[in-house]
Write a protein that binds this ligand. Structure first.
Ligand code: SAH
Length: 241
């Protein structure tokens, strides 16, 4: 074999192994974080949040979104928009992921429940902030795919379930925080019940395939306080028949 051939083989191996890609994705991720921070600043009037906290910033910075999207969409992984993950579902827009995460004010002692695992990207970010994340997905093949990624990348504090998240997960309740990433026409009573007093829930409330309101609620001793944050568009929450 000539030297040139050996060189070409080594170069091809490195490109396939993703050594070059990682560098590239990291700078794209930093660029996206700059965009998110600018958008967060411009939305301060709605959200009351002026910038991402250091912990949320670093959780996003350390979570490779390209690993959670189908391979053919990887070139678009760091555009600030939702992307298709199959089965008519999407990985959420990075800005909205950042905002929902920030609103929940997660700390390292927290147990978090997510409804709508989808790609697993949001759960991965939460897992860097919380003690543990329990995430429920109703489409088995999406749940399986996300489980494979959690295992491959060593996300040991994410626990994934297949089922109807409307009814929550009583085994690990009450939760410090609940994040719902599919739109519901109302706040599911079982989820409210499974939230700790003082705990926070973010949820898009509104009709299917319409603009919904992203709502932040805090559970109180006699019910809950809620705040409208922003108009958003999520895929609908569906119910198990
Ligand atoms: N958090 C996801 C975004 C998911 S999109 C991410 O980071 O990629 C919403 C997801 O909610 C879809 O995968 C959809 O199948 C799921 N879903 C819809 N209704 C559900 C229900 N009742 N219980 C659990 N998951 C549900």
């Amino acid at each position: 074999m000539t030297m040139i051939r050996v060189f070409v083989l080594i170069a091809a191996f490195l490109v396939n192994s993703g050594v070059f890609e990682t560098v590239n994705y990291e700078s794209q991720r930093n660029h996206l974080l700059d965009i998110i921070n600018k958008e967060i600043k411009s939305l301060e009037g709605h959200t009351g949040i002026s910038e991402l906290s250091a912990s949320v910033y670093s959780a996003i910075k350390n979570t490779p979104r390209e690993q959670f999207v189908p391979p053919d969409l990887r070139p678009f992984a760091y555009e600030n928009r939702p992307l298709s993950i199959g089965h008519g579902q999407t990985i959420s827009q990075p800005l909205i992921v950042a905002l929902m995460t920030e609103l929940l004010k997660i700390s390292p002692t927290h147990t978090v429940l997510e409804i709508g695992t989808g790609s697993g990207h949001q759960a991965a970010i939460l897992s860097r902030l919380a003690k543990e994340v329990h995430t429920i997905e109703i489409i088995p093949s999406l749940a399986k795919k996300a489980q494979d990624i959690f295992q491959k990348f060593g996300y040991q504090n994410i626990f994934s379930y297949i089922g109807d998240g409307y009814i929550g997960l009583t085994q690990h309740a009450p939760y410090d925080a609940i994040i719902v990433t599919a739109a519901s026409s109302h706040i599911p009573p079982p989820l409210l019940k499974q939230l700790k007093e003082g705990g926070k829930m973010v949820i898009p409330v509104g009709g299917a395939y319409q603009t919904q309101n992203l709502i932040l609620l805090t559970k109180t001793s006699d019910g809950f306080r809620s705040r409208n944050i922003l108009p958003v568009r999520f895929v609908p929450m569906v119910r198990e028949k």
